[in-house]
Each structure stands twice: as C-alpha cells, then as structure tokens.
Design a protein around this ligand. Sequence first.
Ligand code: PLP
Length: 450
Amino acid sequence: PAPDPAAGRAVHAADRAHVFHSWSAQGQIDPLAVAGAEGSYFWDYEGNRYLDFASGLVFTNIGYQHPKVVAAVQEQAAQLCTFAPAFAIEARSEAARLIAERTPGDLDKIFFTNGGADAVEHALRMARVHTGRPKVLSTYRSYHGGTQQAINVTGDPRRWASDTGTAGTVHFDGPHLYRSPFWSRTEEQECARALEHLERTIQMEGPATVAAVILETVPGTAGIMMPPAGYLAGVRELCDRYGIVFILDEVMAGFGRTGTWFAADLYDVVPDLMTFAKGVNSGYVPLGGVAISQKIAETFDQRPYPGGLTYSGHPLACGAAVATLRTMAEEGIVEHAAHIGETVLGPGLRELAERHPSVGEVRGVGVFWALDLVRDRTTREPLVPYNASGKDNAPMAEFAAAAKRAGLWPFVNMNRTHVVPPCTITEAEAKEGLAALDEALSAADAHTAE
Ligand code: PLP
C-alpha cells in the first residue's frame, strides 16, 4: 500500500490523546503507528517495513493475516458471533478437542479463558481447591501475567509494584547455569542443586501448606532458559512425593514455539495442569485456557468449580483456534519451526556470538532464542542492570534503535534480545533478520570492555 503519513499522524495523535498503554510511563512513549501486517512483516504509514522478530508479544506463531485463519474468523462471525458459555457450541467443542488431542498425557479437559493471566489465575484456584492448601511456589525468573495473583507469582521486577497481595506466594530459584544461583559448573550440578533447593523450600514452607508449583516449561520473557535434562522430571517427582499440583505455564512456550506442539514434549513431562494462550490462535482473537488432568477434573465432577467467565470459549476465538491448529498441522508449521531453529537461527546466532563481544550467551530452540548481552564476557556483567524502571537502559535502547534502522523489530527485555519470530518464518527472512541483528549488535559492542 502507498504510504500515507497524514493518516499515520491522525492515528498517533488519537492514541496519545486517549490510549493508556501497558507497563509504560505515559509521557515517555512514542508508539509507532502501524498501517498493516502480513506474514513475518508489518509496516507503518511512512512506508517503512519491519521484520517482526518479536511476533508481536511472542504470539503470532502462524504470522500475520494467515488467509485460512482470517477466513475462519469471517465465517464464524457470519455463522455465530457470540454465545454464552453454558452451551455446547461447535467451534468451542472442536477447539477443545483439537487442543486436548495435542496436550501431553491425560490433560483432556479444557477450561477456556480470555488470555494467559486469567488461565494462570484459574489453574492456581483449581490447585488450591483440589488440595485444600494455600501456598504456591514459583521461580524468581518468571512471568505469569498481569492480574493480581498472576503478577504475584511472577518473579521478574514487573511484580514489585504489585507485591502488596502476595499472601501464599513463595519464590525460589530455578536452574540457570549461565547465571547460576548455585555456583554450579555443569548442567548436571545445576539440575541437582536446583532440585535440592526446591525440596528444601517445600520442607521449610511445610509440604502440607503447598498447593502448587508453577513453572514456565521454558521460561520465556525472563530469559529463555532451557531447563537441564532431568530438572522437570525431578520437579514432577517432588510434586508427587509431597502431594503438590504441578502446573506448567505454556502461554509463551506452547503451540510450536519450541519446534514441538508444547515445550513439555521436549522433556517428556506431564503436568497436572497446563496453561496456554498466545499461539493457540496466534492472538487473532483473545483466547487462553487451562488443560486439566483427569485427577483434577474428577475433583469437580460432583462439586461445582468456583469460577467462570462471560466469554469462556468465545466462538470467534475458538473458531480462530480451530483454523490455526488445523493449518499448523496441514502446513507442517511446528516441524518447520524446529527445522529453522536447527539449520538457520541456532547456527546463525552462534556465529554472531563469535564475532560480537556483547553476546555473552546464546540459548534456545526452534523459534525461541535469547541473546544474553554483557559488558564483559569474563565477568558476565549484564549490558544493563536488572531493575524495574528501565534506568540506565541506554545501551539496550541504542541496540533496539539500530535494529529498527536495519528493518528489524526486536524483542528486548533488560539485557537480552530474544529472537522469537513467527513459526512460519522462511529461511530467507531468518537470514535477513540475522544480518540486521549483526548490524545492531555493533551498537551493543560499543559498550563492552573488549
Ligand atoms: N504466562 C506466560 C508464560 C506469559 O509469557 C504471559 C504473557 O507474556 C502470560 C502468562 C500472560 O498472558 P496474557 O498477557 O495473555 O495475560
């Protein structure tokens, strides 16, 4: 489409006058006015096009405007736009069936929510009612959503401002060898020590008070730390031993991002509850949910579940999910994500790390990668400090600005950039993105000791 700067200015002006944005100092932001998007790209009103290495907020797993999903939403809108949750509706039934078919083990019942945070809220409520216990254990390096309980179990600094209602939340350290809280030298040590630490936490809190352990299968926003072999199996075993509900949060990691339907498939682990959102329908219409094991579903067979939502299983959102899941299967999109990770992104990012002193570590799988940026590769001092305010963030801001000048929209969180494009990204697009990252990393290198 032809550029239309005047239209862009009107969109921007109305935004600045009336839209209150997430997680931002409203007077310090300058949101880009976006005119459209397709596949792996979006563009502004000035004629600039960006390769989206952030997939929005890591949710457009199938890319923007996939014609099959757009058509399914249009057809569902024409057939039945909306309906109350207490009825059996074709799109909802079929979405639940397709999700249950893919979730691990006996996670065969689906409770639909509007997004990830409320999925986490409901999973925690199910665990507390099921066990009759009050506490929830979660890791410091985690993000579980912006509602009150979900932000309390979140570990990252976005939690700090809402730490007023933390009753029942206990944080512990998960494994993270590059920045090991346990002084480990190998993945085996890190795994063993992290499991010892979790067991000690459970014992000190009192096992009979702990309802749930909630973990992101692969922590996402907090840094894409692949858990070492044996860690998730070890947590599963601890939860079984102490009668604790094991919740895996797959809101970000699920539906193809790791090159498998769920990250849990990589580790052959089956939780008691699994939360999902984002990739389930690539965010075309808001949708999330909890996949529930037989054991926990049985708790609510004869006893009402104390919770619900007006839009639980909204037909438009479920219609989008049905089309997304069918298309991902038909077009081999999950396998493609695994392949592009193995053959292009993984090798390409490791090659960048060799040449750029600001890259401390590359980690990830599929289309789920993080570059941990440092001032000094020996001390591993982060390129910017760990804080909630964005203070002293200039080196990362310069990196992001350089990426955008090179036509790449990056995902940036603290001292990391995440390479999280759509699962549908082509080899040529991935290479184009790596070339732009190469340019942008030079801006980060300028702040290193080397
Ligand atoms: N859980 C995880 C792992 C997430 O990454 C997110 C969002 O980024 C959420 C929960 C919250 O999801 P939502 O923003 O849809 O409420």
